[in-house]
Design a protein around this ligand. Structure first.
Ligand SMILES: [Zn+2]
Length: 79
């Protein structure tokens, strides 16, 4: 029998535990509950899993480079 539990971290983040192992958790950005394979691994965070999913992380990286490019362009104009 599978022992599936829905729980919450101290930060009020939902996650799903199966036989005492985290199998899925909520993305703090899009708020969807996704399987842990949809998250990057990081030692800093709960269960060694990133707080945002790979999709949201990609968006953030893209946004970062977009802003960076804009800034670089601006600097070129002013220089
Ligand atoms: Zn997400």
């Amino acid at each position: 029998m599978n022992n599936l539990n829905q729980k919450k971290t101290k930060n009020n983040r939902l996650y799903i535990e199966l036989n005492n192992e985290v199998v899925a958790l909520q993305c703090t950005s899009c708020k969807f509950i996704k399987i842990k394979e949809d998250f990057h691994k990081t030692k800093k965070h709960f269960a060694g899993i990133s707080t945002i999913c790979k999709k949201c992380n990609n968006e953030k990286v893209k946004e970062f480079y977009r802003k960076k490019r804009k800034l670089e362009k601006k600097n070129e104009v002013e220089a």
